[in-house]
Ligand binder design. Structure first.
Ligand SMILES: CNc1ncnc2c1ncn2[C@@H]1O[C@H](COP(=O)(O)O)[C@@H](O)[C@H]1O
Ligand SMILES: [Zn+2]
Length: 347
C-alpha cells in the first residue's frame, strides 16, 4: 500500500474541527451558488481569496480571525448552514474519518436565532447520519468575545438541546481569538454545562499566557485544544508543564493550524513531539481544514514524516484517539474498527 493510501484508509477520529473553518473551496462555491440561486446577498466576492491562510502569510493571529467572517456570511440562513454541514461531513468521511466531533458557535443572524442555529445543526447531522458510515457528534462552541450573559445563554441552550438530543450533542467548548476575553469569566457557563453531563474542551495556551493556562488546568476539562504554550520551551512554566504531566489531560493538536498562525515557527519544532515523548495523550486534528487547506489524513502524514513515526506507531496514535471521544457509547465500535485495521495490516 502506498503512503497516501495508508493515511487515507487509516480509520481516523477527528476531535477538533470548527464547522465554519472547515469549509472547503468547493463547499464555499456551492454556498455562493446557493446564494445566487436564492437571490440572497453574497458579500464574499471581494475577499473570497482571502479565506485561506498559509505558512508564509503575514497576518497576525488576531487578523487571522477576520477570515471566519467570510464563511459566516455564507452560512447565515438555515438552508445554507444545512448545505455547509452536509458537504463538510461528506468530506470528512471521504478523507477516511470514522468519527467526527464537529464544533460550531451558535450565532444570531438576520435569518435565524441561536436556537434555530443549534436546531439546524442537529437536524443536518441526524439527516447525514442516515447515509454516512462516519459517526458525527456536535460540540457547541462559546466564543471568547462573547459577553458573560451570551455565554450563559449558549450554555443554557446547549443543556436544553443536549437533553433533547443526547445522541447528537456531547460537549461544550471555549474558542475564538485567544487575546480576547478571560477564561475565568466563562467558568460559570462552562460549569453549568458540565454539571448537566456535557463534556468540556478548552482552547488552551494557543498564545503565551501561563496564568490562564494554570486556571484552565485547575478546571480539569475533559480535553484541551492546542496546548502550545504549556511546556517551558514553548512559553509555559515548570508549573504548567508539571500540572499537565500529572493530570494527563488529552490534547487535540493541530500542526498546520499552529504553523500557519505562527503559534509554532515550523513543523519540526511543534510541541507534538514533547507531548508524545512525555506520554501526554495526544490527538491529531485539523482545526480548520478549509482555512488551512488541509485534511486529517494530511495532518497524520505531516506528523508521521516530521517525527519519523513508524506505521505501527501511527496506527496506535489513531487507536488511542478513540479513548478520548466524548460519545461514550461509540468508543468500543471505534476501538474495534482500529484494531481490525491494525490486525489486517499486521501493525
Ligand atoms: C486557528 N485557531 C483557532 N483558535 C481559536 N478559535 C478558533 C480557531 N479556529 C477557529 N476558531 C473558532 O471557530 C470559529 C469558526 O467556526 P464556527 O463559526 O464556530 O463554526 C471562529 O470564529 C473561532 O471562534
Ligand atoms: Zn480550534
Amino acid at each position: 500500500m502506498d503512503s497516501d493510501t495508508f493515511f487515507l484508509e487509516l480509520p481516523k477520529v477527528e476531535l477538533h474541527a470548527h464547522l465554519n473553518g472547515s469549509l472547503s473551496q468547493a463547499t464555499m462555491l456551492q454556498l455562493k451558488r446557493f446564494h445566487a440561486d436564492s437571490g440572497l446577498e453574497d458579500k464574499t466576492n471581494a475577499f473570497f481569496d482571502e479565506f485561506q491562510i498559509g505558512a508564509g502569510d503575514t497576518r497576525n493571529l488576531t487578523d487571522c480571525f477576520q477570515v471566519f467572517n467570510i464563511a459566516h456570511s455564507l452560512t447565515s440562513t438555515p438552508e445554507a448552514l444545512t448545505i455547509a454541514t452536509r458537504l463538510t461531513l461528506q468530506e470528512f468521511q471521504d478523507d477516511g474519518c470514522c468519527y467526527l466531533e464537529l464544533r460550531s458557535t451558535p450565532k444570531e443572524t438576520p435569518h435565524m436565532t441561536k436556537v434555530q442555529y443549534i436546531e439546524t445543526l442537529v437536524k443536518a447531522i441526524q439527516k447525514s447520519s442516515l447515509h454516512l458510515t462516519m459517526i458525527t457528534r456536535l460540540i457547541v462552541s462559546i466564543n471568547r468575545k462573547s459577553s458573560i450573559t451570551e455565554a450563559e445563554e449558549i450554555a443554557k441552550l446547549t443543556v436544553e438541546y443536549y437533553k433533547k438530543h443526547p445522541d447528537v450533542i456531547v460537549g461544550i467548548e471555549l474558542s475564538g481569538d485567544p487575546m480576547a476575553g478571560t477564561f475565568q469569566s466563562f467558568v460559570p457557563a462552562l460549569t453549568q454545562a458540565r454539571n448537566a453531563g456535557l463534556k468540556v474542551t478548552l482552547h488552551c495556551g494557543e498564545v503565551c499566557n501561563p496564568v490562564e493556562v494554570m486556571e484552565m488546568l485547575k478546571f480539569k476539562p475533559d480535553r484541551l485544544g492546542h496546548g502550545t504554550c504549556i511546556h517551558p520551551k514553548y512559553g509555559g512554566t515548570e508549573e504548567t508543564w508539571e500540572t499537565l504531566c500529572k493530570l494527563k489531560i488529552p490534547v487535540e493538536v493541530c500542526l498546520t493550524s499552529n504553523v500557519n498562525t505562527k503559534s509554532t515557527p515550523d513543523y519540526e519544532s511543534h510541541h507534538f513531539k514533547v507531548f508524545y515523548d512525555a506520554e501526554i495523550p495526544t490527538i491529531i486534528c485539523t482545526d480548520d481544514k478549509g482555512v488551512f487547506s488541509t485534511s486529517l489524513s494530511q495532518e497524520y502524514q505531516i506528523c508521521v514524516k516530521t517525527f519519523s513515526l513508524t506505521s505501527s506507531q501511527t496506527a496506535r496514535l489513531a487507536l488511542n484517539a478513540c479513548q478520548y471521544v466524548f460519545a461514550d457509547n461509540v468508543r468500543k465500535t471505534l476501538n474495534d474498527k482500529l484494531l481490525n485495521f491494525i490486525g489486517k495490516h499486521s501493525l
